[in-house]
Design a protein around this ligand. Sequence first.
Ligand code: ADP
Ligand code: MG
Length: 492
Amino acid sequence: VWANCLRVIKANIGEQSYRTWFEPIIPVQLHNNVLIIQVPSQFFYEWLEEHYVDVLKKSIYQELGHEGRLEYSIVVDQGNGASKPRTVNIPTARKAAYPTPLQQDNAMAASAMTASARNVAAAAAAPVSPDKAATLRNPFEASKAIDRNYLKSQLNHTYSFENYIEGDCNRLARSAGMAVANKPGTTSFNPLMIYGGVGLGKTHLVQAIGNHIKATTPDKFVLYVSAEKFTNQFIESLRSNAVQDFANFYLLVDILILDDVQFLSGKDKTQEMFFHIFNHLHQAGRQIVMTSDRPPRDLNGLEDRLLSRFKWGLTADLQSPDFETRMAIIQNKMQQDGIDIPPQVVEYLAHSVNTNVRELEGVLISLVAQSSLNRREIDLEMAKQALRHIIEEVEAEVNLDFIQKTVAEYFSIPVDLMKAKTRKKEVVTARQVAMYFAKEHTSHSLKSIGHNFGGRDHSTVIHSVQTVSDLIDSDKVFKGTIQELRKKFAGK
Ligand code: ADP
Ligand code: MG
């Protein structure tokens, strides 16, 4: 009967989904029109229920008539390999209540067991198919997943609360972070969402949370992962048929720190997976910490149901540090790295570099490098010299803007269109001309020019500059256009 059901299912869904979600199922029993199938985990069951309930129903009705029912047996390891069936009826199972955290813990532990058991079995089976080999090589090391202590947190120990300078710019975020670090999963700050611009200390703060928890409760499984890495791991697991292992791994985490969630924008499948993991962890009282480069309301391309989850906890922002905080950050950094800089230079730096903390640190590092290279003490003159290029860059940016505006106006197109993805002839020409002038009149690198034209790469810029040069040589009218435009930039 199950084989016939599978045929119906296979005809209705994709090959990959079929292999991932139906091949691992084991038919257990058929009695009084009730078919019992065994699935490897709670998560697996819920995924089936959420995504395949209709096709499952269809196949069961086709095989057993409308009296037919399907029950799941979810593998829960009892320590002796025995499995405890959990009965669920298809017509009523949809949106079944989440299991209690305790049940869930068991289910999670069980799924790790089954995943690793499967891997071990796969390893024993010879010859190993390339597919299986990929599963074994999967980055989550499911076979170790049973013992959480093996698991790496991916934390960088240099980030702590002690060296995270407090200021008005980060007071709320920092204290919420400390509350979470002291009582993960039990405050109302779950999830904790930290947002703020680049270089303002998001990664530092959430790493500090992780490090603090790890230091105070070493048996907790803390995991730091960037949303980008999460996505890549997920894609890899799809590719190697190890989605189950992927999910199982994440369900073991006690404190999940997901950095830069904006990266999930538009990646629907990954979001879906994260949504499930989120629900499970949250339900089980595990702590979730996230960062984003913008407030949740501006996270376009993220599903509403995921965004609405973020509101369950606390959202706190990071602002640019004020002068006093910048002073304190520099002084702290000097102390930490054993750097000696005269007070008036510190003050000058704190005054001049007001963009973000990373930039501030960058200047500091380059000063130290120069000073040791030239065997010269760091002084005001050197600092001014070091900052010249930053200030020039700011000016160059104004120029780039001006060039884009002027060229766009000349060709009667909106500036935005010039940065957009279109290949329309007039737009392409305008874009190439603007890039040409950007190269000629600013100190921007090719990479930076490309970046400022809607994120294109440096080879596109090279190509544009070449095309324009060629046209100047071959086309008199075009040459006139360029000359006219060049006048507008003369003296700039
Ligand atoms: P983001 O993740 O927001 O882009 P990071 O956390 O990587 O920023 O911070 C950039 C650099 O600035 C890091 O080296 C970090 O240690 C430092 N930094 C940011 N904020 C602070 C702060 N309040 N105190 C000390 N160092 C900070
Ligand atoms: Mg970061």
